[in-house]
Design a protein around this ligand. Structure first.
Ligand SMILES: *[C@@H]1O[C@H](CO)[C@@H](O)[C@H](O)[C@H]1NC(C)=O
Ligand SMILES: *[C@@H]1O[C@H](CO)[C@@H](O)[C@H](O)[C@H]1NC(C)=O
Ligand SMILES: *[C@@H]1O[C@H](CO)[C@@H](O)[C@H](O)[C@H]1NC(C)=O
Ligand SMILES: *[C@@H]1O[C@H](CO)[C@@H](O)[C@H](O)[C@H]1NC(C)=O
Ligand SMILES: *[C@@H]1O[C@H](CO)[C@@H](O)[C@H](O)[C@H]1NC(C)=O
Length: 178
């Protein structure tokens, strides 16, 4: 594994840790292709409805839960099969959203509105997600490696040829003398 690959791996690891550590903060940064968790916790689990939304989605939701079920009809198509609650039981009021395989189009500010039963209380979470494309893949790295290998082979072949030719000239020269 080359240094570039190693540094790429540690960068990904770092981003992974960052996503984890910053779970309670309002801004999350991820690379496209990652799964991210948008953390939101309601005061308790007496939850009547959960509306995960993003301002530019119109009247569709990232995820909508109400009347005891997940409402797929009102879910925006780009989030179908990609979003889910971290804990469908919503234990201890955990209404965090898991977003799989994020892409740059997922960039934006997400709002979670939790409507609590009993009182008219609601709880709101606000999280900004920034998705960045990973810069220059390992392709250049691999290319460098094979270029190095080819150069090495050519140099070796030239050196070997020089030695053989030199040896033949040397022997011819010796024969001539003898
Ligand atoms: C989130 O980012 C915005 C600007 O993009 C900044 O104003 C805000 O302070 C950040 N919040 C946190 C918790 O880092
Ligand atoms: C994202 O989650 C899916 C399914 O839960 C899993 O198959 C995939 O490997 C995860 N991707 C990453 C980058 O962790
Ligand atoms: C979501 O998953 C279901 C069943 O796994 C599948 O039938 C459907 O085509 C998928 N929808 C999208 C948009 O990928
Ligand atoms: C959420 O963030 C957006 C953009 O930063 C802001 O306009 C909005 O007022 C915030 N909402 C709440 C409930 O904090
Ligand atoms: C959207 O992504 C770009 C980089 O691709 C970033 O600079 C910008 O801050 C992001 N915007 C939001 C609202 O996350």
């Amino acid at each position: 594994m080359s240094a570039v690959t190693a540094s790429l791996c540690s960068t990904l690891l770092f981003v992974g840790l960052f996503v984890f550590v910053s779970a309670d903060q309002e801004n999350i940064t991820a690379k496209s292709g990652q799964n991210v968790t948008l953390t939101c916790r309601a005061p308790n689990s007496n939850i009547r409805a959960i509306e995960w939304s993003r301002a530019d989605l119109g009247d569709k939701y990232v995820l909508l839960y109400r009347d005891g079920h997940f409402d797929a009809a009102n879910q925006h198509p780009s989030f179908k099969n990609r979003s889910d609650l971290q804990d469908r039981q919503m234990k201890d009021g955990d209404v965090s959203l898991i977003l799989k395989n994020v892409m740059t189009a997922d960039n934006g500010t997400y709002k979670c509105r939790v409507i609590m039963s009993g009182t008219n209380n609601e709880h709101i979470c606000n999280i900004t997600l920034s998705v960045v494309d990973p810069p220059g893949q390992t392709g250049g790295d691999t290319e460098d490696g094979s270029v190095g290998l080819i150069v090495g082979l050519v140099v070796s072949a030239v050196l070997l040829l020089a030695v053989v030719v030199g040896f033949l000239i040397y022997r011819k020269h010796q024969k001539g003398v003898l």
